[in-house]
Design a protein around this ligand. Structure first.
Ligand SMILES: Cc1cc2nc3c(=O)[nH]c(=O)nc-3n(C[C@H](O)[C@H](O)[C@H](O)COP(=O)(O)O)c2cc1C
Length: 469
C-alpha cells in the first residue's frame, strides 16, 4: 500500500499534476537567475535595496476605498525609500515567495508589466525579485514628463511618479489575440493597488492616462519592447484634509487614559473679520473648557473690523477636520476671500462626511452653501446672504441663532453668544452618546486592541474640481 502511494506521488510530481514547495523553490531560483541575466543587459548606475514591505496597517480596505480620490496638488516633500518600496510592493511586489506570484494578478502569470519610478534625483525601475530600485538616469525628468503629458502641471510637482510599462511582446506569446486588452487590464490592477496603498500611507495620488507614449518611453529609457500605459503621481497632499488621519498608539493611549478636552477650530476670513462674532463666540467656547484653534490662510495677526486683534495658530491647509468636534466659521468684510478657497471647501466637505458640527455666523454662512451640507436644513442668515444658501436647498428661519442637527447658524454679532452656546450644547450632546474618542477617526484594528468602541465616521478625500482627463 505504502509503495503504491509513493509511486502515485512520484507520478504526480513528474507529470506536473502536483506542485510541492521543493519544485516551486527551483522555479523561484530560475526566476532569480533569469532576472539577474536580464538586468545585466540593461544599464544600471545605482542599486538601492528596499526594505521588506509591511503587510499590516492601521486602516481597513473599506477606509482606503472610501477615501481614495484623485488629488493633483502635492507638497514638495520627498518620500522615503521605505514608502516608495511600499507603494511598489502594492503594485508589483512578490507576495508569494515560493511561487514568485505578485500583488496584482497577471493573465497567465506572465507578469509583463514593469514599474519605473521618476523622482527629482533620477529614474529608476523596480526589480520585484530583488526588491530593489535600479537607477538608469540621474536627471530630474519630471518637467519633460509633464510636457509629454500635455503640460499637466502637477506632474512636474509630484515628488514621485510611477510609470507603469507593459511588454506586448511578452503577452503575445500566450495571448496573441488580446495583447492590448491584457496589458491595460493589468495596468489597472496595479494602479488601483498603488492608489489604495497611497491612501493608507497618508498620501494622495492621481492616475494619468493622457500622455504621448513615445516621449514617455524615451524619457524613462524603457526597453524597445515596452510601452508606457499609465502614470501615477504620488505625494503628500497640499491639503491635509485630504489624508486619512493617523492616530498613533501613544496618542490613542493618552486619549483613552484621560477624558479628551473638546476641541474646535474657528476659521477667520482674514483682516476685517467681524470682531464681535469672533470674540463673543470664542469666550463662550473657552468658558465651556473647549480648546480653540484659530485657522486662517496665513499664520498671522489679523485685525478685525473694530480693530480687535486675533492671531491664527493654524494654517487653513493644515486643518484636519477629524481632529475637531466642530468647525466654526466667522464672518466679516473679508468673507468673500474664502469663497473660492479649495482648502476650506475640502475641510467643510470632509467635516460633513465625518458628521462633524459645522457652524457659521454672519456672512460666513454663505461659505457652507453646499447641497450636501445645507439641503433641507434650517438656517438663519441676513437677507443679503441668502441667495447661495437658497440655491443649495437651505430653509430659512427668522430666529437669531439656530441649530438643525449638526448645522448651526447665527445672523450676526448680536447673537454670537447664543451661537457659541448652541455649539457647546451640540458638541456636548454628541459626547454623551459617544466615547472619549468621539470626533476622531480611529482605525478599527487599533481600537480592537485597545478595547475601545470604534468611531465609525470616516473622512472622504475631496479636492476642488480642476481640468480633468
Ligand atoms: C484611465 C484614466 C486616465 C486618467 N487620466 C488622467 C490624466 O491624464 N490627468 C488627470 O488629472 N486625471 C486623470 N485621471 C483621473 C480622473 O480624472 C479621475 O479619476 C476622475 O475625475 C474621477 O475622480 P476620482 O479619481 O477622484 O474618483 C484618469 C483616470 C483614469 C481612470
Amino acid at each position: 500500500m505504502k509503495k503504491l502511494i509513493t509511486l502515485t506521488l512520484l507520478f504526480a510530481i513528474f507529470s506536473g499534476g502536483i506542485s510541492i514547495a521543493a519544485t516551486k523553490d527551483i522555479d523561484l531560483l530560475k526566476l532569480k537567475a533569469e532576472a539577474t541575466q536580464k538586468a545585466k543587459q540593461r544599464p544600471v548606475i545605482e542599486t538601492i535595496a528596499l526594505t521588506k514591505a509591511s503587510t499590516s496597517g492601521q486602516f481597513s480596505l473599506e477606509a482606503a476605498i472610501g477615501n481614495r480620490r484623485s488629488v493633483r496638488s502635492f507638497t514638495n516633500e520627498k518620500l522615503s525609500y521605505e514608502t516608495i518600496g511600499q507603494l511598489l510592493w502594492a503594485g508589483q511586489g512578490i507576495t508569494d515567495s515560493v511561487s514568485g506570484k505578485r500583488a496584482a494578478p497577471s493573465g497567465g502569470g506572465i507578469y509583463p508589466m514593469e514599474l519605473y519610478v521618476v523622482m527629482s534625483d533620477g529614474v529608476y525601475r523596480y526589480d520585484p525579485v530583488k526588491n530593489s530600485l535600479l537607477k538608469n538616469n540621474r536627471n530630474d525628468v519630471r518637467t519633460p514628463l509633464s510636457n509629454a503629458s500635455y503640460k499637466q502641471q502637477f506632474i512636474k510637482d509630484a515628488p514621485v511618479l510611477i510609470v507603469i510599462a507593459g511588454s506586448p511582446k511578452k503577452i503575445m506569446e500566450k495571448y496573441p489575440n488580446n495583447i492590448k486588452e491584457f496589458m491595460y487590464l493589468e495596468a489597472g490592477h496595479i494602479a488601483q493597488n498603488i492608489h489604495l496603498q497611497a491612501v493608507v500611507t497618508g498620501l494622495a495620488s492621481c492616475p494619468v492616462g493622457a500622455f504621448e507614449s513615445k516621449k514617455v518611453k524615451q524619457i524613462c529609457k524603457m526597453t524597445q519592447s515596452q510601452e508606457p500605459v499609465y502614470i501615477i503621481a504620488v505625494g503628500k497632499p497640499q491639503n491635509e484634509a485630504l489624508t486619512l488621519n493617523r492616530v498613533d498608539e501613544k496618542e490613542l493611549a493618552s486619549i483613552a487614559a484621560v477624558e479628551r478636552k473638546k476641541r474646535v477650530v474657528m476659521i477667520l476670513p482674514g483682516d476685517r473679520f467681524d470682531d464681535r462674532e469672533f470674540f463673543d463666540t470664542k469666550d463662550v467656547l473657552t468658558t465651556a473648557g473647549f480648546e480653540v484653534d484659530i485657522a486662517a490662510e496665513e499664520l498671522d495677526i489679523y485685525r478685525g473690523n473694530r480693530r480687535g486683534m486675533a492671531e491664527s495658530n493654524l494654517l487653513l491647509s493644515k486643518v484636519r477636520p477629524n481632529l475637531y468636534d466642530a468647525i466654526i466659521l466667522v464672518g466679516g468684510d473679508s468673507t468673500r476671500k474664502l469663497e473660492k478657497n479649495s482648502y476650506l471647501s475640502g475641510i467643510l466637505i470632509n467635516a460633513n462626511n465625518n458628521e462633524k458640527i459645522i457652524a457659521a455666523i454672519g456672512r460666513s454662512a454663505k461659505l457652507i452653501a453646499y447641497r450636501s451640507i445645507v439641503e433641507d436644513k434650517i438656517v438663519t442668515v441676513d437677507n443679503g446672504t441668502r441667495t447661495k444658501l437658497r440655491r443649495a436647498g437651505a430653509k430659512f428661519t427668522a430666529s437669531k441663532a439656530d441649530r438643525d442637527g449638526r448645522i448651526i447658524t447665527a445672523q450676526n454679532f448680536e447673537s454670537a453668544s447664543q451661537f457659541g452656546k448652541l455649539i457647546v450644547e451640540a458638541v456636548n450632546s454628541i459626547k454623551s452618546s459617544d466615547t472619549s474618542t468621539s470626533g476622531r477617526y480611529v482605525p478599527t484594528n487599533v481600537l480592537r486592541r485597545k478595547g475601545i468602541e470604534q468611531d465609525k465616521k470616516r473622512g472622504k478625500l475631496i479636492e476642488q474640481p480642476q481640468d480633468e482627463y
